[in-house]
Design a protein around this ligand. Structure first.
Ligand code: GLU
Length: 582
């Protein structure tokens, strides 16, 4: 290699949320730049005016920042964590911006002119209808349609005509095979017959993706292009453009596609696919029927009501068709369906930790090739390790498998064994601030109680969203506790109400506990069990049922501390009053 500093880039199109495949590309580009002491550029490819949005671009920056993937050159962005610490990313230290392609049109114009003047690009005037007819004729003749300049094309006349007539610009392909030297896949040759004179400037004057990407990679000094294999077919076109423009060809590394564990390609449509299946299985044909299945007052109502029955039918029929994010979420909620997470935001909402997600993403098509002391492969590592080890020579050629069970196991392991109670309390609160404001309100109301909740939940938690289940009883009002009948019969009513008698006897003891803290509560209950010569289970289970409605909860001291003394007394009294009745 030459000694130019390594420069990689991630170039998302802001047409929606950052999905997991994009996040992997970003992570690998970031890691490659860090490994080689280079720079990582973030560029927003918003030349598709109709599909791009500012909001989507902003969301992508946020998702990257949340993952801890920082960029050197690119849109300026300030991330703020829960403690108010800020970190700034991006900027234009090298003077190669702007980083939104829609703001670089003048730059592209210079290169369009250069190519047209040299006769390497030319205006073409076919209407969409004419192109469709040409495509149809090729199909009828069993040929693949490949656009080529006509033999009698008059460049000078066409250049004159383009001043007034609608047109696109096309690159004149050299008529030679083009070989991509790929660091992962080796040499891949594309025969000349397959390479058409593709469009480089659209009729609306915007550059196509192919053109903008090539100009920007050159002007931003990009030395290494790491991207998904779905882009491999674009690469010979990019090389042809680089040659026409007199640019260097960067090193290419195309990464394996990501597949679901069932062998289907992982796609942003997977959520719709799961929702369509559930709607069909439930035999539902109107959005009204879906709305009826939502709980009263569910905030998803509006999203569902915005889908007409006709939209619903079209969506069910057409595999490609997607509903909006909120809408598909509402369908799932109506049917009690858990959607597969696809976007980074989905994983965040589900309560995966950014460090775990990065670790897991790094293994999609790459491995460090190191062994642990016990001979197993090194699989758990942080971004620092990745940045010190990552290289393209260990990127695989074959499809990567997205193993959700493994991701969940990584997340649970980190929460249960890799965090302190304090770290978990903080992360969980940060998560709740964004995704469960009822929970964060409860947390903010009593910091000591939140610390107990975190300590109680952490050993039982796999994702931040499931942690709430462990302590959910504490958030309910005392009257909202419903009793699991089997638990009530077993622990309270059996043996002529032995459990109820224990509750009665405990009332005065509980009233005297001071301070109302887990340790003191546990000590008092143990003392009572000993004195009465009862096994601890005979004391603990009746209390658990009374306070939580079930026979399962964290340690009793923590459980009662979370509910508070007043709540505990009220719940126990309510349970005693209920007696054997229901
Ligand atoms: N904007 C393209 C995409 O989002 C970038 C592809 C590339 O890396 O060249 O897929």
């Amino acid at each position: 290699m030459n000694d130019r500093p390594v420069i990689t880039r991630f170039a998302p199109s802001p047409t929606g949320h950052l999905h997991i495949g994009g996040a992997r590309t970003a992570l690998f580009c970031w890691a490659y730049a860090r490994r080689h002491g280079g720079r990582f550029v973030l560029r927003i490819e918003d030349t598709d005016q109709a599909r791009s949005s500012e909001d989507a671009a902003r969301g992508i920056l946020e998702d990257l920042a949340w993952l801890g993937i920082d960029w050197d050159d690119g849109p300026e962005f300030t991330a703020r964590d829960e403690d108010g610490h800020t970190a700034s990313f991006g900027g234009d230290a090298r003077g190669v911006g702007p980083f939104y392609q829609s703001r670089r049109r003048e730059i592209y114009e210079r290169y369009f002119e250069q190519l047209v003047e040299a006769g390497l690009a030319y205006p073409a005037f076919e209407s969409p209808e004419e192109l469709a007819a040409m495509r149809k004729a090729a199909e009828a003749a069993k040929r693949t349609f490949v656009y080529r300049q006509r033999g009698d094309y008059d460049h000078a006349a066409a250049v004159e005509q383009m001043k007034s007539a609608p047109h696109v610009l096309r690159l004149k392909m050299p008529g030679q095979a083009i070989t991509v030297h790929d660091s992962v896949l080796g040499d891949v040759t594309f025969p000349a017959e397959e390479l058409d004179d593709f469009v480089i400037r659209k009729a609306d004057g915007f550059p196509t993706y192919h053109f903008a990407v090539v100009v920007d990679d050159e002007l931003m000094g990009v030395t290494h292009v790491l991207r998904g294999q779905e882009h491999l077919n674009n690469t010979p076109r990019h090389i042809a453009l680089q040659r026409a423009l007199g640019f260097a060809t960067p090193v290419y590394a195309h990464m394996p596609l990501i597949f679901n564990i069932d062998g289907t390609k992982m796609s942003k449509r997977d959520k719709d696919k799961a929702a369509k299946k559930a709607v069909r299985e439930a035999g539902i044909s109107s959005t009204r029927a879906l709305v009826e299945r939502l709980q009263a007052g569910a905030r998803e109502r509006g999203a569902l009501e915005s889908v007409s029955d006709n939209d619903l039918q079209e969506w069910l029929k057409d595999k490609q068709r997607q509903l909006g994010r909120e809408q598909v979420g509402a369908v799932a909620r109506a049917l009690g369906l858990k959607l597969p997470e696809i976007d980074v935001e989905d994983f965040r909402a589900a309560g995966y930790l950014p460090d775990v997600l990065c670790n897991f993403l790094a293994l999609l098509g790459w491995n460090p090739g190191e062994k642990n002391a016990d001979g197993t492969d090194v699989e758990r590592f942080d971004r620092k390790y990745l940045a010190s080890r990552f290289d393209t020579d260990r990127i695989g050629k074959t499809n990567a498998k997205f193993d959700r069970d493994k991701l969940l196991a990584f997340n649970a392991d980190t929460i249960q064994h890799g965090l302190s109670d304090e770290q978990f309390a903080e992360l969980w609160l940060g998560w709740a601030e964004r995704f469960d404001t009822e929970l964060s309100g409860w947390a903010r109301a009593d910091a000591a109680r939140w610390a107990i909740a975190a300590r109680a939940a952490r050993p039982r938690t796999k994702t931040l969203s499931d942690a709430r289940e462990t302590i959910g009883f504490a958030l309910l009002s005392d009257e909202a506790i419903t009793f699991d009948e089997r638990a009530r019969k077993k622990f309270l009513l059996r043996g002529e109400g032995a459990g109820l008698a224990v509750l009665q006897a405990l009332v005065p003891i509980l009233e005297k506990i001071d301070p109302w803290k887990p340790e003191a509560i546990d000590a008092a209950l143990h003392g009572f069990a000993e004195e009465q010569q009862l096994g601890m289970g005979k004391v603990a289970q009746p209390v658990r049922v009374a306070v939580t409605g079930t026979g399962v909860s964290p340690g009793l001291g923590e459980t009662l501390a979370l509910v508070g003394r007043d709540g505990t007394m009220r719940r126990i009294e309510r349970c005693i009053a209920l007696g054997a009745g229901n």
